[in-house]
Design a protein around this ligand. Structure first.
Ligand SMILES: [Zn+2]
Length: 102
């Protein structure tokens, strides 16, 4: 498990993006460096109850979150966090997840 989730930051104007872009929407710069965000606020939650072709699928919750740096990203939730909860971000098998701060 890695703490935080990778984002890409424009080296010119320091705006952070997720997912990665070819050009910065703010200054049209084309050079980015990887950065990480560690915290987000849950905005919306949905539950995936079925997955086609998966027989032993467990319902899982995914959340649309707003990171402390301003990006909106979708993460898997590993606890019962509700909208408005501040969560900590982490990556597992290269996928973004979040859980409430302990
Ligand atoms: Zn920029």
């Amino acid at each position: 498990m890695n703490r935080g989730v990778a984002i890409w930051r424009c080296v010119k104007c320091r705006t952070g993006f997720f997912p990665q872009r070819l050009l910065c929407s703010r200054c049209h710069g084309d050079t980015f460096e990887e950065d990480r965000v560690y915290q987000a606020v849950v905005e919306e939650i949905s539950t995936i109850r079925h997955m086609l072709g998966q027989t032993d699928w467990q319902p899982r919750r995914i959340a649309s979150v707003r990171t402390s740096d301003g990006q909106r990203i979708t993460v898997g939730l590993t606890d019962e966090s509700e909208p408005g909860t501040v969560i900590e971000l982490f990556e597992e098998n290269a996928s973004p997840f979040g859980a409430a701060k302990k």
